[in-house]
Design a protein around this ligand. Structure first.
Ligand code: ZN
Length: 396
């Protein structure tokens, strides 16, 4: 089956957004990490002028596999660490919720939630963490919680942030606490690291069929843009996911000459083979009408889309005259690259097709929907203030 969806990221942990525990409040079921990655510097030809695009993106990585959760806990992964991830881009349909700003009715709509699901993780450190043993008096211990945290912070010798605390032992006079200090890193460290790994910092290889006609826009500000949604059958069974999810629906956003070619050669059902980078689109607005009072609500949204470095037109594409390719040609092409027949995913997801979305929000694309909305009806998100491991010093 012609299906591929593999993501390679290498970047800086920008933050741990949160964790989700099992419903009984016990074991950690999921950890959300923001990984800052750098896209390979891209040269785009636009109106015969060359543009160089340098871009950093914060990509949401949702760690669900048990062994990877354990790995993150054991290595005390924190902001400032660096991490390599191999995984898959999940773009799943979810029910989203918002409360009407006028009448406060709860409204639901179908949207797409996109994130990277890691199969393998490897952590490294720009600057190693330092272990210190700090002596606390009984009087200090008695102050409890926040006060103890402050005292530890004042008593430590290493510059940085305490990310982990553990009691080492105590006697009648006091207690020894072990703290792990994460050194501060600055932007220069981050920029240097990301430049070194640029070629492997943000890469996705995806193969699938267009489930809609491509949408092309061109204006003086953003140049040529082409957007289309792919249906990509899952090769990977994600144990923790809804077993009904067999297909992902990533959005492709090509630029410049590539956008013009995509518009010329692609149609619904075309099979494409794409190498590109993930791009976070944050903070755009979508419009939703309240089902009770009809009020138009503007909601913050974000999404991960794919910006291609290259697009191979593999099957069922148009020729340069905008006509269907000859059957014979298609067969030849298939033999060359060894395709087996596969049923194209042509079904278009319901998600994000509401006509009342804001076409002016970005590049005139009318059918984009957001992914995770912070604070907008993500019932099972991890921002519950729960702490990490067994200590109480791990802040999210
Ligand atoms: Zn309302």
């Amino acid at each position: 089956m012609a299906a591929e969806n593999k993501v390679y990221l290498n970047g800086l942990v920008h933050g741990i957004k949160g964790i989700r525990r099992d419903s009984d409040g016990g074991a950690i079921a999921e950890i959300w990490i923001y990984l800052c990655v750098k896209r390979r510097t891209q040269k785009i030809v636009e109106n015969d002028a060359r543009k160089k695009i340098v871009r950093y993106d914060d990509i949401l990585v949702r760690v669900k596999k048990e062994d990877l959760i354990r790995y993150i806990q054991e290595h005390k992964v924190a902001a400032g660490d660096t991490m390599a991830v191999v995984g898959t881009l999940v773009s799943e349909r979810v029910e989203k919720k918002f409360e009407c700003r006028k009448c406060h009715t709860a409204n639901f709509f179908s949207g797409i939630l996109s994130y990277v699901y890691p199969m393998s993780i490897c952590m490294t450190q720009i600057r190693p963490k330092t272990k210190e043993i700090i002596r606390l008096t009984n009087a200090e211990i008695a102050q409890g919680g926040e006060a103890v945290r402050k005292i530890l912070d004042e008593k430590k010798h290493t510059d940085g942030t305490i990310i982990f605390t553990e009691i080492e032992g105590s006697d009648e006079n006091g207690t020894d606490a072990m703290v792990l200090v994460q050194p501060e890193y600055d932007d220069a460290d981050a920029v240097q690291y990301l430049s070194e790994v640029e070629e492997m910092s943000n890469v996705i290889h995806v193969m699938g069929n267009l489930c809609e006609e491509p949408v092309f826009t061109k204006d003086s500000r953003t140049g040529s843009n082409c957007k289309y949604q792919l249906g990509v059958n899952r090769k990977l069974f994600i144990k923790e996911d809804d077993p009904g999810n067999y297909t992902d629906y990533p959005i492709i956003h090509s630029l410049g000459k590539q956008a013009e070619k995509d518009m010329q050669f692609l149609k619904t059902g075309s099979l494409v083979n794409i190498e590109g980078a993930l791009q976070e689109r944050d903070g755009f607005k979508i419009k939703k009408r309240c089902r009770a009072c009809g009020e138009e609500n503007r909601l913050n949204s974000s999404a991960i889309e794919i910006v291609p470095y290259s697009v191979e037109y593999a099957k069922d594409c148009l020729n340069s005259d905008g006509e269907e390719e000859e059957e014979e040609q298609k067969k030849d092409a298939r033999l060359e690259v060894g395709w087996t027949e596969t049923e194209a995913v042509k079904e278009k997801p319901e998600a994000g097709t509401e006509s009342d979305e804001d076409p002016a929000s970005e590049g005139g694309y009318p059918e984009e929907d957001g992914s995770e909305d912070s604070g907008q009806g993500s019932e099972e998100t991890a921002d519950d203030g729960t702490v990490y491991a067994d200590d109480d010093s791990f802040d999210f």
